[in-house]
Design a binder for this molecule. Structure first.
Ligand SMILES: Cc1cc2nc3c(=O)[nH]c(=O)nc-3n(C[C@H](O)[C@H](O)[C@H](O)COP(=O)(O)OP(=O)(O)OC[C@H]3O[C@@H](n4cnc5c(N)ncnc54)[C@H](O)[C@@H]3O)c2cc1C
Length: 430
C-alpha cells in the first residue's frame, strides 16, 4: 500500500470489495463529509490522501490544488468530481421521491426508533414511508461499537446495525426517503401532512416523530470556520483509522458516546485527551467504559476543564483549555477535536403544528402531557392520548425526541415498535 493510502472501513478486506475510492487532501472539510457519509452508510470505501503534485498527477489530477477533489471513483468506473452528498446518494441509488399519494404511516427520522417503527409498520401491512434528512442510523450510526445492545455480545458497529435495519425495512416494503428533511406539519384527525424541504407533501393517516436529538455546539469563536477542518461533532467513527499513529486527539464530553470515541481513538493514536467539565466520570459514563478509560495508558482525562478557544487559519492547529475551578488557561497543539456533548431535540416545527413540548423542546406524550385543558391546540377526543401519542391525535413520538425517554438504542428500538402498536389502535378506532 502506498503512503497516504489507508483502508478506512473495517469491512474492506480486498480491492474488489471496494465500492468507492475517494481522492482528496487530508484536511478538506468536503472530504470529511464524504468519508462520514460513506462510513455511516456502511459503504466500503478507500480513502487516498493526496499529499503532493506528483501523487495528484499519478491519478490523473493536475496538482494538489485540483478543484476536482474530492474525487470519487466507483467500482463501475463512474467518477464524481467534487460531488455533493446528494450526488453520491443518487449514484448509490438511495435518493428518490415518494411513490404514493397517501400512506398509512409516515415516520420522520431513521435512527433506531424510526427504523424499528418502519420494520414493524411495514411488516404488519401498513403502507409505510420513512423520511430521513441525512442517512439511516441516527446517532447510533455514528457509534464505533455499541456494546450493550441485546444479542451482540461482542458489540456491533452502529453503521452495521443501521444498514441491517435498513435492509429489513425495505424487505418488508417500507419506502425510505433519505436526504429529505421534514420541515413543517399539519396534523388533522385521520390525516397528517408533512412538508419536506424540497416542497414534497407526505400525506399519512398516522405519523411517528422519531427525529432524535442533534449535536450540541460549543458556542465558542471560530467554531463554524474550523468545522470539518480539525473540529468535528460526534464520535469520529470515520476518522479514527485515518489518524497518524503519533496524533494527539482531543474528545470533549463525559457521556457514553464520548467514552466510546475515546476508546476507539486509543486503538489508533499515541494519545487521547478526554475533556470533561465535571470532577468525575461516574455520573455520566457506564462503569465498563470508566474502567477501560482509566486503565488505558494512552488516555488522559482532564477534569473541570472546557475548551474556550480554537486557533488555526485553514485548519485547527491549537486548542485553549480553561480550568473551570482555577481559571488557569493553557494552549496546546491540537489538530483533531471531537465534540461529543450530547444533543438537543429539533422540534421547532412542532410549535407551529400546536404540539405540546416540555421546556427543553422534547415532545410530551401520553401520561406526561400535564393538562389536556391547557394544550397549544385543544385535544378533540374523549379518550386520553395513548402512551406514546402526542397532544395531537394520530401523531406519535418515539425515541430520544420524546420527553422522558431513556436515550439508549434498545429503548429507542422498543419505542419505535410500541408506537406502531398504538398506530394500529388509533387507525382501528378512527
Ligand atoms: C456516538 C454515540 C454512541 C452511542 N452509543 C450507544 C450505546 O453504546 N448504547 C446505547 O444504548 N446507546 C448509545 N447511544 C445513544 C443512542 O444512539 C441513541 O439513544 C439512539 O440513537 C436514539 O435513537 P432515535 O432514533 O430516537 O434518535 P436518533 O438516533 O437521534 O435519530 C434521529 C434521526 O432523525 C433524523 N432527523 C432529525 N430531524 C429530522 C427531520 N426534520 N426530518 C427527517 N429526519 C430527521 C436525524 O438525521 C437522525 O437520523 C450513542 C449515541 C452516540 C451519539
Amino acid at each position: 500500500m502506498s503512503p497516504g493510502r489507508q483502508v478506512a472501513n473495517p469491512r474492506v478486506s480486498t480491492n474488489h470489495d471496494i465500492h468507492v475510492k475517494v481522492y482528496g487532501t487530508a484536511r478538506a472539510s468536503r472530504a470529511y463529509a464524504i468519508r462520514d457519509f460513506l462510513t455511516r452508510g456502511d459503504v466500503p470505501f478507500e480513502w487516498i490522501e493526496i499529499r503532493s503534485d506528483a501523487q495528484a498527477r499519478e491519478v490523473g489530477l493536475e496538482n494538489i490544488a485540483d478543484r476536482r477533489m474530492p474525487l470519487c471513483v466507483f467500482s463501475d468506473g463512474t467518477q464524481l468530481e467534487s460531488p455533493t452528498i446528494r450526488q453520491i446518494a443518487e449514484k448509490l441509488g438511495w435518493y428518490h421521491g415518494a411513490t404514493r399519494a397517501e400512506y398509512d404511516l409516515a415516520i420522520y427520522g431513521a435512527g433506531p426508533a424510526g427504523l424499528s417503527a418502519a420494520v414493524y409498520g411495514a411488516s404488519e401491512g401498513l403502507k409505510t414511508v420513512l423520511i430521513e434528512r441525512y442517512i439511516v442510523g441516527g446517532q447510533a450510526g455514528t457509534s464505533s461499537k455499541i456494546e450493550n445492545y441485546l444479542g451482540f455480545p461482542a458489540g456491533v458497529r452502529g453503521a452495521d446495525l443501521a444498514e441491517a435495519a435498513r435492509e429489513q425495512a425495505l424487505k418488508f416494503g417500507a419506502e425510505i426517503l433519505m436526504l429529505h428533511e421534514g420541515v413543517r406539519g399539519d396534523f388533522q384527525p385521520g390525516k397528517g401532512t408533512g412538508y419536506l424541504a424540497d416542497g414534497t407533501r407526505i400525506v399519512a393517516h398516522a405519523t411517528i416523530c422519531a427525529t432524535g436529538v442533534s449535536y450540541r455546539r460549543l458556542n465558542i469563536p471560530d467554531e463554524d470556520r474550523l468545522l470539518g477542518a480539525g473540529l468535528y461533532y460526534g464520535a469520529g467513527a470515520s476518522e479514527a483509522s485515518l489518524c497518524p499513529e503519533n496524533e494527539h486527539v482531543f474528545v470533549i464530553g463525559g457521556g457514553n458516546s464520548a467514552g466510546q470515541a475515546v476508546m476507539n481513538f486509543a486503538k489508533y493514536v499515541a494519545k487521547v485527551t478526554m475533556i470533561i467539565r465535571r470532577g468525575c466520570l461516574q455520573a455520566t459514563l457506564s462503569q465498563y467504559l470508566i474502567d477501560r478509560i482509566l486503565a488505558n495508558p494512552r488516555v488522559e482525562v482532564l477534569y473541570h476543564t472546557e475548551v474556550t478557544d480554537l486557533h488555526g487559519e485553514s485548519c485547527l492547529r491549537e486548542i485553549t483549555l480553561t480550568n473551570r475551578e482555577t481559571g488557569e488557561q493553557r494552549t496546546l497543539p491540537g489538530k483533531k477535536l471531537f465534540v461529543c456533548i450530547g444533543g438537543d431535540p429539533h422540534t421547532d416545527w412542532a410549535i407551529e403544528a400546536g404540539i405540546a413540548r416540555d421546556a427543553e423542546g422534547y415532545i410530551l406524550t401520553g401520561p406526561d402531557i400535564p393538562d389536556l385543558l391547557q394544550l397549544p391546540k385543544p385535544w378533540p377526543l374523549e379518550r386520553h392520548p395513548y402512551f406514546l401519542e402526542s397532544s395531537i391525535p394520530g401523531l406519535f413520538a418515539a425515541g430520544d425526541v420524546r420527553h422522558g425517554s431513556i436515550k439508549r438504542c434498545a429503548s429507542a428500538v422498543g419505542e419505535g415498535a410500541m408506537a406502531v402498536a398504538f398506530v394500529h389502535r388509533y387507525l382501528a378506532a378512527s
